[in-house]
Ligand binder design. Structure first.
Ligand code: SF4
Length: 269
């Protein structure tokens, strides 16, 4: 089977790491990789840039919404839906029983999100697919496997980052979330971002771009820094798009390298 573009990057970085204790994708190593030349003799040192101290987290208060049993019909959001005092476990508990939009009706699982609750890097997709709905975890299907490779190629592990979606329940037939579904679910994601406080958000595809930043045109926007609540945001392609269009992986890698620069893991352009 042909090697995936990101497999090759990971193998290249592993080979570099075996040669040198710490390795970054320096300008020279990147050039060498893309030109298939031997690795340079003296790679740059790596490591996450000095971490900026995060603001103190708010003390979690007891959930303001009491648990409800799943209802056969959606029950719209109410004034009670103030998540601002909730910590991640309390927020997840509410999401797991949520019936605020019609997507509750056909789901098998609520896919809240997962990862390091103090992550510096957060990825946001559009919504759970078939595999995610079955397993209750984000990005575990084919596209998820590719996302894991992309994260590894960025010299992070899945456990080091946080992964979430615009909607927590699977849209039927993997269609895009409808505006009313996304808007109803967004308070969960906004609170997740507020609690995790990442240094960088990576938006995967047009759906998070549309609903989180209110922008259209992933082709135009990818690779260009945006901002959300003073957090740097990098829009790029969704891994599912990359599975259908492998030639776009190179552009995506350029976008991800910009993110890596923030963490001292990529060459300066
Ligand atoms: S998609 Fe979000 S708002 Fe809709 S039912 Fe699921 S958790 Fe609730």
């Amino acid at each position: 089977m042909a090697k995936d573009f990101f497999d090759e990057i990971i193998e290249y970085l592993k080979a570099e790491g075996a040669k040198h204790k710490t390795v970054a994708l320096s300008e020279q190593t990147a050039k060498d990789f893309f030109m298939n030349r031997p690795a340079p003799a003296a790679p740059q040192k790596t490591g996450i840039n000095e971490k900026q101290p995060k603001p103190p987290r708010r003390q979690a208060a007891p959930p303001s919404v009491t648990s409800r049993k799943p209802a056969p019909a959606p029950s719209p959001a109410s004034k009670e839906d103030d998540f601002s005092n909730l910590d991640l476990p309390s927020l997840e508990k509410i999401a797991q029983q949520c019936t605020r939009c019609q997507l509750c009706q056909q789901r098998n699982s609520v896919v809240f999100g997962e990862g390091n609750p103090n992550a510096d890097l957060m990825f946001i997709g559009e919504g759970p697919g078939f595999d995610e709905d079955r397993q209750g975890r984000p990005f575990v299907g084919k596209a998820g496997m590719l996302l894991t490779k992309m994260i590894n190629a960025m010299q992070f592990s899945r456990e080091q980052v946080y992964i979430a979606n615009i909607v927590k329940c699977r849209p039927p037939g993997n269609r895009n979330p409808l505006p009313e579904e996304a808007e109803t679910c967004l308070p969960f994601l906004r609170r997740q971002i507020d609690l995790v406080q990442p240094r960088v958000l990576v938006l995967l595809g047009a759906v998070p771009l549309k609903f989180l930043l209110k922008k259209t045109g992933i082709m135009r926007s990818r690779g260009h820094w945006e901002e959300y609540q003073s957090i740097r945001v990098m829009p790029t392609f969704h891994p599912a798009y990359l599975l259908r269009n492998p030639s776009a992986k190179r552009d995506t890698w350029q976008d991800l390298q910009q993110v890596m620069q923030i963490f001292g893991k990529a060459h300066k352009q």
